[in-house]
Write a protein that binds this ligand. Sequence first.
Ligand code: DQA
Length: 142
Amino acid sequence: MQVLVINGPNLNMLGIREPDIYGRKTFADLENYIRGEAARLGVDVTLFQSNHEGAIVDAIQQALGRYQGILINPGAYTHTSVAILDALKAVQLPTAEVHLSDISTREAFRQFSYVSLYAQKTICGKGFEGYSEGLEWLAGNA
Ligand code: DQA
């Protein structure tokens, strides 16, 4: 099974950005963790990160016919992007949404997710482990 893993804006700053919320591990640590968990689960992953909404829309569109599932942490676009929601609805791939922090207990503006209007599974507040849980869910449901 092939899964496209998308990390959105500022996730490349992990380890530097707001360590009290996101921890001190770096984005490279996260990518290594995802690769390791994917290997353990027998899932083939492609890792993509962008700070640009349109680039994320392009990546989702290009996943059609190439991947059997999408694992996405849309970063701040979670709370603003109808375009990312529409791209997910267009390709209709099984999708798991992951957030390192628990967005349901943070600022009011983080408590709504456009992506959740399509994603079949959402995992929040479990740090890196959320990515593993998302891959596991996709492996069993895609
Ligand atoms: C995040 C939560 C978002 O609200 C925030 O904008 C991020 C990261 C998370 O992983 O907890 O960039 O998606």
